[in-house]
Write a new protein. Structure first.
Length: 250
């Protein structure tokens, strides 16, 4: 599939170049190129069983299928904490596997306190997943305590992986302003960041507009977006609505 890999601003036109060599001239663009979820690369068999018992993100639809089961969540940031609390309403036990020796570094205090309250959520610090196994679906996971080197293989526990996501914005470097995690800045977010304000070419950017007039961003790739299908679709529709006032200006 051909991808856009360069945008050049030329007067009131945006010239997009695609990986198949095509070049197209636009008055405006809506960028919705999403994120890539980080994977546990060095875990044996992870590729084979992803989607067949191992999931990246997404607690809402899966939680109902976890009634009465033991669920493992990999990660120590807010999304992992939120997922643990959500799953604990359905699962028999939820075990949070955290690679570092503390939860407080990357998790908000309110989540940290909830996880530490007596409940069916168990916390295992200094712990990594080293192997997953099963024929057509996940049957066992192997976890290791990196301090004690103790290794444990537990049966058919469902692991959900929350180790973050990277926005697909490398190709936009130097074109639109991004935050320190490379998510695209739009609307009023443009004014609350460390970038020189003279890079904002229109002093009154529209809601989803970037610092470059005519380039809009929607969905997961946008800073502080909700990271759900409904919100991405909603932002896409809003972006289309914003095209009309923008086109009246050019
Ligand atoms: C495993 C998993 C399960 C999920 N489950 C749910 C769920 O149950 N409910 C829910 O609400 N949300 C769920 N989500 C989140 C949801 O998928 C996203 O929030 C939503 O898809 C975001 O839409 P988007 O259009 O911003 O990005 P995406 O859906 O990621 O689409 C981005 C598209 O842009 C393309 N692209 C990237 N770079 C370029 C480029 N340079 N040029 C051209 N095209 C490019 C990509 O190939 C991709 O097709 C889940 C996410 C994951 C990973």
């Amino acid at each position: 599939m051909s991808k856009c890999h360069r945008i050049k601003v030329n007067g009131q036109y945006l010239i997009a170049t695609f990986t198949d060599g095509n070049e197209i001239k636009y008055h405006m663009m809506l960028i919705a190129c999403g994120v890539t979820y980080r994977k546990l690369d060095d875990v044996r068999n992870i590729e084979k069983l992803t989607g067949a018992g191992i999931y990246h993100g997404s607690p809402i639809v899966e939680a109902l299928h976890c009634r009465g089961q033991g669920v493992y969540i990999v990660g120590g940031t807010n999304p992992a904490g939120q997922a643990a609390i959500y799953f604990s309403k359905y699962a028999r036990t939820v075990t949070l596997l955290v690679v570092s020796d503390t939860l407080t570094e990357k998790m908000s205090p309110y989540l940290f306190h909830q996880i530490n309250e007596p409940s069916n959520i168990k916390l295992r610090l200094n712990t990594v997943v080293t192997q997953v196994s099963g024929e057509s679906k996940l049957e066992y996971i192997t976890i290791v305590n990196t301090k004690t080197k103790e290794q444990q293989t537990v049966p058919a526990a469902i692991p959900f992986i929350y180790i973050g996501a990277e926005p697909n914005t490398d190709w936009l470097n130097g074109i639109v302003l991004r935050d320190s995690h490379c998510f695209i800045l739009t609307g009023s977010d443009l004014y609350n960041n460390e970038h020189p304000q003279d890079l904002i070419m229109d002093p009154h950017p529209l809601l989803l507009e970037t610092n470059v007039p005519g380039i809009f961003a929607a969905g997961d790739v946008r800073r502080d977006s909700i990271k759900r299908i409904a919100s991405a679709v909603g932002e896409g529709a809003t972006g289309v609505q914003l095209i009309h006032p923008y086109l009246k200006k050019v």
